[in-house]
Design a binder for this molecule. Structure first.
Ligand SMILES: Cc1ncc(COP(=O)(O)O)c(C=O)c1O
Length: 376
């Protein structure tokens, strides 16, 4: 599907009929082509049971891996399907065999999914360096904390509570000098802005599909660069090469991306994700340009209304955070008017996808400004 105009896509998102929906950094409405892909599969299962499942999995889910891989310029062999971002991060945390005395660098701006999985490693003497930072000196703060004992730097591409888009290359350069690996949580960037894992030179990336990729909860993927974590942290019935022989007396470690998929996965959700990735990849320039221009517009308008913006303007993606007291109350009042945003960080988070309109942003910010005057 080649889009000439975001409006064409908007027609495929039923939520737009009822809401001003600016909450893609939380959960996105599923667009009809992705929904139909999930529904198509579930309907086939309803009619044909295992016959439909076997047909869908005959290619070892290669087409799904390919569509996800295309989105981030990874090989299908580097894409494993995981139920959420947290699961993917845990695979990296426990698959790397990080030793006592080595450290992991992460930071205070992260969503807990990027931090908590590593805390378990601290029990065996791995140091978790939770760098205290802010959206304005982020890269410098991380860089000064990487040292010769750092095995992994774990950060988000786009910060969920400030909207900062991190200069990943800068961090990877320093990490490589010290021989450290880099894990990027891309759930707040994938689908909104271009991602090229080769160009960024990262080692791991994880994302659930339900935010900017507009897919059901339960879809998600982990990118592991070829040659890394060849022996996964968990084994399941699908971790062996000839898993369809169901032979408990014979185990040969699988080399492909299935090695991280220990058992049955949510095929319907991941088919929807695959469809979303196909649509987004085919329209990436249009989508990125529109996301960046709408977030720019949201920042410009906020300033005109004398609202303080936390998000660094020249390092943004699709998230804009406006500083506000009593954000929860304001968000509730907006919801009463069918305007959907979230309270996050120091205020209100507006997250516009490419098919939103300037008019929607205008109405939202006008209302926030009005409510802010009552609540502050
Ligand atoms: C940066 C980031 N990582 C992870 C998650 C969610 O993790 P999971 O997909 O495991 O539910 C969120 C959700 O808001 C997030 O903002």
């Amino acid at each position: 599907m080649r889009l000439r105009d975001p409006k064409e896509f908007r027609e495929l998102v039923p939520a737009t009929k009822r809401y001003i929906y600016l909450n893609h950094a939380a959960i996105s409405p599923t667009p009809l082509p992705s929904l139909f892909e999930a529904y198509r599969y579930l309907y086939e299962i309803s009619n044909e049971g295992s016959i439909a499942a076997n047909r869908e999995e005959a290619d070892e889910l290669f087409q799904i891996r390919k569509n996800i891989g295309n989105l981030i310029n990874a090989d299908p062999e580097e894409i494993s399907l995981v139920p959420n971002t947290s699961y993917g991060i845990n695979i990296v945390a426990h698959g790397l065999d990080i030793k006592q005395g080595e450290n992991i660098v992460t930071d205070s701006l992260e969503f807990p999914a990027v931090v908590y999985p590593f805390l378990k490693l601290s029990k065996k003497g791995v140091k978790i360096n939770l760098v205290k930072t802010n959206p304005y000196t982020f890269e410098e703060d991380i860089l000064t904390n990487i040292d010769k004992n750092t095995r992994l730097v774990a950060i988000s591409h786009v910060s969920f509570n400030s909207g900062l888009r991190v200069d990943v290359k800068k961090i990877v350069r320093e990490a490589k000098e010290f021989g450290a690996l880099v894990l990027l949580d891309i759930i707040q960037s994938a689908g909104a802005i271009r991602i090229n894992v080769r160009e960024l030179d990262i080692d791991f990336a994880a994302a659930g599909g339900y935010k900017w990729l507009m897919s059901p909860q339960g879809s998600g993927f982990l990118y592991v660069k070829k040659g890394l974590i060849e022996d996964p942290p968990f084994y399941g019935w699908k971790t062996t090469t000839e898993y369809l022989k169901f032979d408990p007396t014979n185990f040969n470690l699988e080399k492909g991306p299935r090695r991280f998929e220990i058992g049955t996965i949510d095929i319907a959700a991941n088919l929807a994700l695959s469809k979303s990735c196909e649509i987004i990849s085919n329209n990436m320039d249009l989508i990125e340009n529109s996301v960046l221009s709408l977030s720019q517009y949201a920042i410009k308008l906020s300033k005109e209304y004398n609202l303080e913006v936390i998000t660094p303007e020249n390092k943004r993606a699709g998230i804009v955070v406006i500083k506000l007291n009593k954000a929860r109350e304001v968000v509730q009042q907006l919801a009463n008017d069918n305007i959907i945003v979230s309270p996050r960080g120091e205020g209100i988070r507006i997250s516009t996808h490419f098919y939103n309109t300037e008019d929607e942003i205008q109405k939202t910010i006008e209302k926030i400004a009005k409510l802010a005057n009552y609540s502050n």
